[in-house]
Design a protein around this ligand. Structure first.
Ligand code: UD1
Length: 420
């Protein structure tokens, strides 16, 4: 298994491009299954999760044309098998996103029930319940969600008990081809849900209210092909900004969308960063100063994303003062804490809050990545630690960060991948 070796102590300084958003690209790829004619998706990030989705499409017999820029043309009408197998779903939970589109388009679908997850139990009951409310018969048998509907799904009012991103996306996609109007209440307002809705609208769907808690969808009989460009990844952008702040450096991000990053930018200013931004760029400068610790609490958009809390915890670990980081979305998202402690971080966990007392320096140690964002936080810890930090199990990082070592090297970091 590959490892990363980071020699800490370098102030990051430079310019990088932000990749397309993984969490937009995955539902948009799933949405292509709703169309009879080819859909082209552009600005896809080069990530393991994206190739897993291609593999899943391959398993279903779907023809794909991928060019050298990772634009992909999906010919969903070539689908032969309406089944997402366990072997792929277990490596990527977001495979559940094909359930709604396949069911709506073909009247039946089988998707392996995603198993446990490092950050909590992560049920999919709300996806299933929403589809049942739209008239589908859904059973869970032999580890698979098996859904069928006689004719078209029926539009209805669906009130989500919890704000769920992929749950909202699954129902939204299914509703585009349903009979009549579907209203999703307590819908997720994440920019990636909005991006999916915009793509569906370009395909001919009738949707309003996306970006608010109530989304209305008027079902249509057919969707058509289009070309759609995925929005920039706000979590990748946030991760590089935090890494730069932690190393007291300076960065310019291009191809980014600052207006969906308020919660993150506000905290970085609180940490002492000077931040300037334009339509598609952000500059952050710490002027060589140590960051100040920040308090934060994760919650659905527009609040602080759960996918960025571990990275802020790494910043707090070497900041001036004490920071409190509270996680309200997932039950077990503190796996990075034990690893950071091995590097000398002064952290305690109280319920769903981590209390981080900033120390002068972290010390390099061998550490293990446990999930995608936890591994990003260990990279940040490695960048500010004395000595060589070895991070194992970096396949987690490759699921969500395109060319992380090239991008960090472009910013001056001393980082190497050792193939294993
Ligand atoms: C998505 C993101 C992930 C992010 C998360 C929260 C993708 C591909 N992944 O994951 O990066 O961390 O949103 O912003 O977009 N829940 C239920 N029942 C359900 C569904 C969810 O109880 O049927 C609960 C979950 O356990 C969790 C909360 O709802 O506590 C939010 O999870 P959800 O928004 O569904 O996360 P994902 O969509 O899986």
């Amino acid at each position: 298994m590959d490892k990363l070796i980071i020699t800490g102590g370098v102030r990051l300084d430079g310019e990088i491009r932000v990749s397309g958003a993984k969490n937009s690209a995955l539902p948009i790829l799933a949405a292509t299954l709703l169309s009879d004619t080819p859909v082209t998706v552009c600005n896809l990030p080069h990530l393991h999760d994206i190739t897993t989705m291609f593999e899943l499409f391959g398993c279903m017999g779907i023809d794909l044309l991928v060019d050298e820029k990772m634009n992909v043309e999906v010919h969903a009408s070539t689908i032969k098998h309406l089944r997402a197998p366990y072997e792929l779903v277990k490596t990527m939970r977001a495979s559940i996103l094909v359930l709604g589109p396949i069911l709506a388009r073909h009247g039946r679908a089988e998707v392996s029930l995603p198993g446990g997850c490092a950050i909590g139990s992560r049920p999919v009951d709300l996806h299933i319940r929403g589809l049942q409310q739209m008239g589908a018969d859904v059973i869970v048998e032999d580890g698979y969600i098996k859904a069928v509907v006689n004719g078209r799904l029926k539009g209805t009012k669906i009130s989500m008990d919890t704000v769920t991103v992929t749950g909202t996306e699954n129902i939204l996609m299914a509703a585009t081809l349903a009979e009549g109007e579907t209203i999703i209440e307590n819908a997720a307002r994440e920019p990636e849900v909005v991006d999916l809705a915009e793509c569906l609208i370009t395909m001919g769907a009738k949707i309003s209210g996306h970006g608010t808690g109530t989304i209305r969808i008027q079902g249509v009989k057919k969707l058509k092909g289009c070309s759609y460009t995925v929005l920039p990844d706000r979590i990748e952008a946030g991760t590089y900004l935090i890494a730069t702040a932690a190393t007291q450096g300076r960065i310019r991000l291009k191809d980014v969308q600052p207006d969906i990053m308020d919660a993150i930018l506000v905290k970085l200013r609180e940490a002492g960063a000077t931040i300037e931004w334009g339509k598609d760029w952000i500059e952050l400068n710490m002027h060589g100063q140590k960051p100040k610790a920040v308090d934060l609490k994760t919650a659905p958009f527009p609040a602080m994303p759960t996918d960025i809390q571990a990275q802020f915890t790494a910043l707090n670990a070497i900041a001036e003062g004490t920071g409190h980081v509270t996680e309200t979305i997932f039950e077990n998202r503190f796996m990075h804490i034990q690893e950071m402690k091995r590097m000398g971080a002064d952290v305690t966990i109280e319920g769903n809050t981590v209390i981080v007392r900033g120390v002068n320096k972290l010390k390099a140690a061998p550490v293990m990545a446990t999930d995608l964002r936890a591994s990003a936080s260990l990279v940040i810890a490695g960048l500010v630690a004395d000595g060589n930090t070895e991070i194992e199990r970096i396949y987690h990082i490759d699921r969500g960060y395109e060319c992380i070592e090239e991008k960090l090297r472009q910013l001056g970091a001393n980082i190497q991948r050792i193939a294993g």
